[in-house]
Design a protein around this ligand. Sequence first.
Ligand SMILES: NC(=O)c1ccc[n+]([C@@H]2O[C@H](COP(=O)([O-])OP(=O)(O)OC[C@H]3O[C@@H](n4cnc5c(N)ncnc54)[C@H](O)[C@@H]3O)[C@@H](O)[C@H]2O)c1
Length: 299
Amino acid sequence: MDAVFQVADRMDSFGISRRGEPVIAIGGGVLTDVVGLACSLYRRSTPFVRVPTTLIGLVDAGVGAKTGVNHGRHKNRLGTYHPAVDTLLDPAFLTTLERRHIGNGLAEILKVALIKDADLFALLERHGRDLLDSGFQSPGAGAAVLGRAVHGMLQELQPNLWEHRLERLMDYGHSFSPTVEMRALPELLHGEAVCVDMALTTVVARRRGLVGSGQAERILRLMRRLELPVWHPLMEPVTLGEALADTVRHRDGRQRLPLPSGIGAGVFVDDLDAAELADAAGWLRAWSADVVRGSGTRA
Ligand SMILES: NC(=O)c1ccc[n+]([C@@H]2O[C@H](COP(=O)([O-])OP(=O)(O)OC[C@H]3O[C@@H](n4cnc5c(N)ncnc54)[C@H](O)[C@@H]3O)[C@@H](O)[C@H]2O)c1
């Protein structure tokens, strides 16, 4: 909130004209979330334009209507719905972005692929590593992947901008990750925490027979190829249980947990229990230890 107040101070000292001069927010997802929140509060609502400069910004934080800041131990506990009047998506900004932040954004793209777009998953299998290496500057593949990811995100967000419907496919990867990300601070980037969550729920889906073992292997291997983590020491029963309880409160008393159904589609479940979670986390820990040792062929 201190950053939000700073932005409000600058809007005051600039003497912004409320209706005619939108604030232009140029930066990563943190910046557009903070400036968006300041704008939604400033004189009850001031227009703003977003110019995301990170991959997460281009495919996710710059696409929806949500603003927010963390509060207490919780991710985005304070926030608003305040759509930008315009958003400029320009991948040229990515040329200066660190490799780890490209991987971070690839995790959110992988989310769209896993839960609703099998063709995007195939593109990531073919070109994902290249995109990571080139900072998304590979001609053809870069535009195709960005286009599909943004389009898929918009398809899901646009009809439900104010989230009246709580079964949201784009919540995939965001059931356990908010708690894990906050408790692991500053170790895991947002997309990395999302990836760990997706790895866990892929294993849950595999054990339920929703995802085949060959498909699960492909998913986990793609995560590794994109240099994303598939496991974290916080994936233990106490943290996972508390994370799920917080998510249930956030989703109005039900789990409404998106799980992949094959690659490129999803289902919602309400009946995940602690034992099933602990089993899946244990399996994943063993799998990632195997991979680190150089074997890992047992999905
Ligand atoms: N509002 C939403 O709907 C939404 C959706 C997804 C994520 N988010 C939020 O976005 C945040 C993550 O965003 P992020 O990954 O952009 O992180 P970030 O904003 O922290 O940016 C990452 C780093 O890259 C730097 N940077 C930005 N643009 C750069 C460029 N072009 N070249 C070099 N460096 C650059 C930033 O200064 C920062 O150090 C999370 O807090 C997440 O909650 C919000």
